[in-house]
Design a protein around this ligand. Structure first.
Ligand SMILES: Nc1ccn([C@@H]2O[C@H](COP(=O)(O)OP(=O)(O)OP(=O)(O)O)[C@@H](O)[C@H]2O)c(=O)n1
Ligand SMILES: C[C@](O)(CO)[C@H](O)COP(=O)(O)O
Length: 230
């Protein structure tokens, strides 16, 4: 089945400390935003892309879309104060009966085979998220004192894309807005509606460009990808 991808791109990139939207920073002379868009532009199963952007950045982003021949962007909507608000704005701009993927525009290295497994799982079960197993020990801490070590075998690091049947995500976003609930990902909103969310194993290089170090890792990932393609 074809899918629609919702790309929140209206953040400020505070943790990157670049003084601008981190999505405009370049890897191999291409903006991070374009790397991410290309992943979906080049996927035959992607029907359309919906972007949430800052109003004052829309004209610049539209120029980037033309320059880099990104043709699948069907709608550009205004993002909100929080990531969740930006995602909801994208959802409201793209009603469909099918599968929607929510993907951070700050994750440029998503692999097509992960996307397709997510879509298949969401088609079957209604909700699925990309994730990788935790590699480090995780502990709960209060006031600088370790309270509990969480069993690593049951720990997964959640990424995006997060894939849903449109009606499942729409109800979750609508109820969260009505109840003033703010989550850090869409799965949280769906879980609190009592829906089961499935895990689809992703790759460790599906990195979210968040801090300066990630730019270095990103260049290495691109070098590795180029070697894979040779
Ligand atoms: N109000 C917001 C906040 C974030 N995002 C988007 O959500 C994705 C993941 O958010 P994050 O990595 O936190 O980006 P920023 O919010 O820009 O980073 P920071 O928290 O460091 O400011 C990014 O593509 C970002 O552009 C958004 O559309 N609207
Ligand atoms: C949605 C997410 O990428 C899953 O790991 C993450 O929660 C986004 O966090 P951010 O602080 O909004 O980047």
């Amino acid at each position: 089945m074809l899918y629609t991808v919702l790309l929140p791109a209206a953040g400020s990139g505070k943790r990157m400390g670049a003084g601008q939207n981190k999505l405009f920073l370049e890897l191999r002379k291409i903006p991070i935003l374009i790397h991410t868009l290309r992943a979906f532009e080049q996927d035959p199963k992607c029907h359309q892309i919906v972007l949430a952007v800052k109003k004052e950045e829309q004209a610049f982003i539209e120029e980037l879309l033309v320059k880099h021949r990104i043709s699948k962007v069907a709608a550009i909507t205004e993002g909100g104060a929080e990531r969740q608000h930006s995602v909801y704005a994208c959802l409201k701009a793209s009603p469909t009966n099918g599968i929607v993927l929510v993907h951070d525009a700050a994750r440029p290295f998503i692999r097509q085979e992960v996307i397709h497994r997510l879509v298949q799982t969401a088609e079957e079960f209604g909700a699925a998220v990309a994730a990788v197993r935790a590699k480090d020990t995780v502990k709960k801490v209060e006031n600088g004192i370790i309270q509990e070590t969480v069993d690593r075998e049951s720990l997964w690091i959640i990424q995006t894309p997060q894939a849903f049947r449109y009606d499942v995500l729409e109800k979750a976003e609508r109820m969260a807005e009505k109840e003033g609930f703010l989550g850090t990902d869409e799965a949280m909103l769906v879980e609190r509606q009592g829906e089961q969310v499935h895990i689809v194993e992703s790759t460790y290089d599906n990195l979210k460009m968040t801090t300066q170090e990630d730019l270095l890792f990103g260049e290495v990932i691109l070098t590795k990808r180029e070697q894979e393609e040779q």
